[in-house]
Design a protein around this ligand. Sequence first.
Ligand code: NAP
Length: 546
Amino acid sequence: MSTQAQGVEKTSPDFEVIVIGAGVAGLYQLYRLRERGIPTTVVDAAADLGGTWYHNRYPGCRFDSESYTYGYSFSKELLNEWHWKERFSSQPENLRYLNYVADKFDLRRDMQFNHKVESAHFDDAAALWRLTFTNGRQLSCRFLITGLGLLSAPTMPRVAGIERFKGPSFHTYYWPHEGVELAGKRVAVIGTGATGVQVIAEIADKVGELTVFQRRPNWCAPLHNRPISEQEMNEIRARYDEIFDKCLRSPGGFEHEPDRRGFYEVTREERVALWDRLYDEPGFGIWLANFREIFMDEAANAEFSEYIAERIRRRVNDPAIAEKLIPKDHGFGIQRVPLETRYYEAYNRDNVHLVDIKETPIECITETGIRTSGREYEFDIIVYATGFDAITGTFDRIDIRGSGGQTLRAKWKDGPVTFLGLQVHGFPNLITVAGPQSGSSSTNFPRSIEVGVDWVMALLEFAWQHGYTRIEATPEAEERWTRHVAKMYESVLMRKAKSWFTGYNDNVDGHEHGTIRHLVYNGGAPKYRATLEQVAADGYQGMRFS
Ligand code: NAP
């Protein structure tokens, strides 16, 4: 179906709703719209569903959320049927899960793959969005909902010669679906974020030689993954209500809740006792079940960081390598903490080498490898684990134009401005589920996604019931929310970090240094949910309907 017939543009949309993205958010959004009988289609650039879990196929890829807190909570039947095989489930299993959900609820028939959105323009006169795809198709809708993913715009380093390398080389996001033969190969990994850390630990004993090019180390902590038995899964099933309730109450949307004792109210021995326990426990507890001062107080953070540094020193045989792996420019937990499985031990292997590219910067990629200021290295494979243009990057890669033709790219040039992370003034009927400054941007993703999608459904219901065809955030509400999000950064040490939390990425023009881009909401999941509920209860103040 095309919106254009003999040059005349239709004024009724092809679909009431188009959802961009067939990942975790898009699937649930479609489920709810289908339930309500709303003509909807989900479009995705990929050849199949899954979003993040469709794309990222690098070895070691898994989430750091407890699996049973990551699944959807909306269907008891689904919860009873699905058996999470591991405490922290891996990419293949996660993709299987999303396919299982799509098939169970027959979602696939409303999805269109290989549909990469090139542009989305708001037609003021008809109050609808017109989309153009790179495959030449055009579609229109009343409401455009984005489920684009937080980390779906991979970025390559700005290094000369990348295209010259003769062997296989790829960003982790594009790890070949057919797999890569690693045995006996000389492999380079550039980047030591959550992705690099997973790849390095996983392939260290599978390759011939592994050389890690590290610019800045990260503070990592053990994941402690293990299988979930049938009996344990049954116990989890019996506790699902309690588990989800706990996630809803915790700031991060996880089972882990902060230790509410004051850092300085307990003795050093008591602090260390907590840290010893958390270091040996699975998941993000070491980060999120810690004292709250860790996130806000320099001295508390420094004391804890030194504790972790000591744990790293105990795990790495060569003291000089250990020191290189300990961050010196930021404290623990003010960047996203990568969880790892024997990551530090990988550096004890004879076939694993660490190159500190702060000392000897990469000069260029050559036909046969990498040249640093120190020497030339030969490789068979180069892996770029160099991260993403986080959250706004996926929006920037689409030509999105709102009312009067203004571009979202220009509006967000110095950082996003939104109302609740869900709406943008000047972009009517665009709803950015999992967008910047929304609750999902910094919490256990599916938990906040369900909250966000449910709220969006209530908002749309409100519009449909009143016969409104246009919804738009007011400039005042947008300004208030954006200021509120910015203010929250002021109290957390995270504001000082060069990480995607602060919109930093020196591989993207304008995102290199200087001013923070306020991408994430730091108020925690319960506060975000309470705000959403209040806005709805007040008849959606801050939004204009017509
Ligand atoms: P990232 O955290 O942004 O790390 C990118 C890495 O590449 C950093 O070590 C960075 O160094 C390095 N790098 C970037 N440009 C470079 C250059 N030009 N030269 C040399 N090194 C360069 O990206 P990521 O590891 O892909 O992780 C992104 C996010 O994805 C994570 O924070 C997490 O939220 C999510 N993730 C989650 C999981 C999970 O759930 N387990 C796994 C993977 C990823 P600098 O630090 O010096 O900039």
